[in-house]
Design a protein around this ligand. Structure first.
Ligand SMILES: CC(C)(COP(=O)(O)OP(=O)(O)OC[C@H]1O[C@@H](n2cnc3c(N)ncnc32)[C@H](O)[C@@H]1OP(=O)(O)O)[C@@H](O)C(=O)NCCC(=O)NCCS
Length: 177
């Protein structure tokens, strides 16, 4: 998976030695509470290592799951670009919808890092042929909705089409060349 750099950040593949950070990130209720209909906190380092293995297994020219670090190497969170899971009974769009998502450590909130990381990934993905991206947030996740708005995404209202739950849907199309 490629690395992507911004003014303040480096997005790179997850590594096994990130396991302690990932466990610290995903064992926090404030980080996972809005993730899907049944949020669960990560419990063990073995779970973190298994999750890192799954993140690294994404092998795609455009999609990816990146560790967000500051340029001095400190881990800040996770940025993903991947096909979005449909709710039961929903048919995937053609081509399938691709979602962008972000999870940052609370120590890294309030610096604009999620927006900066997502902007860079979208710019890179649009240049590589992606034409449209969606983001879904829990209706109460105002911090994440603010990231969507900062990215210039359009609010499309509530939907139950994805992840088997009610979400606010945002989308963005590739800007004209
Ligand atoms: C969603 C989440 C990533 C948002 O993080 P965030 O830090 O608020 O988002 P941004 O990266 O856009 O940063 C914006 C904040 O940084 C501030 N900021 C500081 N310096 C900045 C800079 N140089 N540039 C931009 N913003 C800056 C902004 O003022 C804003 O703070 P405010 O909301 O208090 O005004 C974070 O709350 C999170 O990880 N939540 C848990 C996981 C989650 O719910 N993920 C989303 C699932 S849909």
């Amino acid at each position: 998976m490629r690395t992507i750099t911004t003014a303040r950040l480096l997005l790179r593949p997850w590594r096994d030695d990130d396991a302690d950070f990932l466990l610290d990130l995903e064992s926090r209720w404030e980080v996972v509470r809005f993730l899907g209909p049944h949020p669960t906190m990560m419990r063990t380092r073995a779970d973190a290592l298994a999750s890192i293995g799954r993140r690294r297994a994404v092998d795609h020219p455009v999609h990816g799951i990146w560790a967000i670090t500051t340029t001095d190497g400190r881990l800040a969170g996770n940025l993903l670009l991947k096909p979005i899971p449909m709710s039961a009974g929903e048919s995937p769009a053609d081509p399938p919808e691709v979602e962008i998502g972000w999870h940052l450590h609370p120590d890294a909130w309030g610096h604009g890092y999620a927006t900066e990381a997502a902007e860079a990934v979208l710019q890179d993905a649009f240049a590589r042929g992606l034409t449209r991206v969606v983001a879904v947030t829990d209706p109460d996740n105002h911090a994440s909705q603010a990231v969507c708005r900062r990215l210039g995404m359009t609010a499309r209202g509530r939907t139950t089409m994805f992840y088997g739950t009610v979400n606010e849907l945002f989308d963005l199309s590739r800007p004209p060349a």
